[in-house]
Design a protein around this ligand. Structure first.
Ligand SMILES: [Zn+2]
Length: 234
């Protein structure tokens, strides 16, 4: 059974292209459930009982082991996160939600398993892929200048509008630089991961006949948002 007249949006783009920001804006404007795979994974891992596991591709994946991977900064096992994401998508479709996915699928492995499920539940014609394009230079610059607030860890992407802000516009706490993830060397690794592991998803989506539109990510947040609404006629 299909979730009737509901839509799915998948945001793909390099680190620092503003996927998270656009995802939140779209979710609010179009009343979509904002689906962050990382949050689903974290929640399940934190709630898991000792010895609990999920079965994916006939293998057991223990929550405790995945938790260790996550705590050391590594990616979760693709079958593990795919199983969790699939289950969550089924629940959301069952409840009749339109959804927006940011940060998932992240690998071909995930895409090959998640795209057919979305097509089955929502129908090909209701799936929209947004490819936010941004040069490597812009990604490095924006990530290197990204800040997050001291109190709530609100992320603040570098843009012309936010470049002079010293305090969080939501809670007034100081804006700080993030250590580790936003260091230039780490960003280069994340960009490489994106190019080699995430970007090939576009070819997969194309083969499946899904609607893909490119959006120029090197504009003001508001203009990227307007472009998305215009191009997709949302
Ligand atoms: Zn804040």
């Amino acid at each position: 059974m299909k979730a009737q007249n509901k839509k799915v949006i998948i945001l793909i783009g390099p680190p620092g292209s503003g996927k998270g920001t656009q995802g939140e804006l779209l979710s609010e404007k179009l009343n979509l459930y904002y689906f962050e795979a990382a949050k689903v994974g974290e929640e399940k891992i934190n709630k898991a009982k000792k010895g609990e596991y999920v079965i994916a591709d006939g293998k057991k994946y223990y929550f405790e082991k995945e938790k260790k991977l996550w705590q050391t900064g590594k990616l979760w096992s693709p079958p593990f996160i795919t199983a969790l994401v699939k289950k969550k998508i089924e629940e959301l479709a069952e409840a009749g939600n339109s959804i927006i996915l940011s940060g998932s699928p992240r690998t071909l492995y995930e895409g090959e398993r998640i795209a057919p499920l979305l097509i089955k539940l929502y129908g090909k014609e209701n799936i929209n892929i947004i490819l936010i394009e941004q040069s490597a230079e812009a990604s490095i610059f924006r990530n290197a200048h990204r800040k997050i607030c001291e109190l709530m860890r609100h992320p603040m992407l570098w843009t012309k509008e936010t470049s002079k802000l010293k305090n969080c516009p939501l809670d007034g706490s100081k804006l700080l630089k993030r250590k580790g993830l936003d260091d230039p060397e780490t960003i280069k690794i994340r960009l490489k991961e994106y190019k080699e592991r995430t970007y090939p998803l576009i070819g997969l989506f194309r083969k499946q006949g899904l609607k893909i539109k490119k959006i120029n990510g090197e504009q003001l947040v508001v203009d990227v948002f307007k472009d998305i609404l215009r191009v997709f006629k949302f």
